[in-house]
Write a protein of this length. Structure first.
Length: 256
């Protein structure tokens, strides 16, 4: 964090002390690349009780990280925080979380996992279209997917917060029941719905799903990508998925 950024943050807090003084709760979506996490975070962030809709791309390992969650979301939304959930999503193992930073009675974890075939195809498609340096082959996509699933399962041993496990397919296969159950678990007065807001950075690379579909403002099933996944890669992906799925399903307090 640069000196200028620190000064800007301190000035923002001085002018808006409620940013750090308001009593708030937290929702962390823990997932992997191309899991429909942008869709879920937009649905959540469209609810008046929740602030945040994108990936903030950081670890939570110091008090500075923790306060930057508040200041960044204030800049994004301009919303008052009192009584609300603040939302971020974390998709990579190198973004760590120190559970001591978050209040145990006001933090909720949502684990989101997508099945292997569509995930690997989507990762490769995105990487190729954006001309990324990594994840342009099924084998590279598998490396991220398997390692991240293992990291998600391991995280349940240290993140002792109320947690909810959600299979990504449920968002498109049965959105009404899925969002209804999630609304109830979060204790929202206004239930989550299939339609959502399009925000300033919706569809921008680096802030979540970079493609046009996310701008539709409603849950939409998209066609599968015409990318071949080698059988050995898919077998390893299913093995990682099955292990993580079973552990998350067992360890999370609530799930469909």
């Amino acid at each position: 964090m640069s000196v200028r950024s620190k000064l800007d943050t301190l000035l923002l807090i001085a002018r808006n002390p409620q940013v750090v003084l308001s009593r708030v709760s937290y929702i962390l979506i823990l997932s992997h690349m191309r899991s429909r996490s942008t869709l879920l975070s937009h649905i959540l962030g469209s609810n008046d009780a929740i602030c945040g809709y994108r990936e903030l791309l950081r670890s939570y390992e110091s008090r500075i990280d923790f306060f930057r969650l508040r200041t960044d979301l204030f800049r994004d939304t301009g919303s008052h925080f009192k009584g609300k959930f603040l939302l971020d999503k974390i998709l990579h193992n190198h973004h760590g979380i120190d559970p001591r930073l978050f209040p145990a009675d006001r933090t909720r974890i949502i684990y989101l996992v997508r099945e292997p075939a569509s995930t690997l195809k989507s990762i490769v498609n995105m990487s190729q279209r954006l001309r990324m340096d990594r994840f342009t082959t099924p084998a590279e996509a598998l490396e991220h997917y398997a390692e991240r699933l293992g990291g998600l399962a391991d995280s349940t041993e240290v993140l002792n917060f109320p947690s909810y496990f959600l299979a990504s397919e449920q968002l498109v296969d049965d959105p009404d029941e899925t969002l209804g159950a999630l609304s109830e678990w979060l204790g929202l007065d206004e239930p989550l719905g299939k339609s959502y807001k399009v925000f300033d950075r919706t569809g921008q690379a680096g802030f979540g799903d970079p493609f046009e579909n996310i701008k539709r403002g409603t849950i939409t099933r998209t066609p599968d990508h015409d990318i071949e996944i080698p059988s050995d890669v898919l077998e390893k992906a299913w093995s990682a998925h099955s292990k993580a799925f079973a552990e998350l399903k067992t360890r999370c307090l609530n799930s469909l």
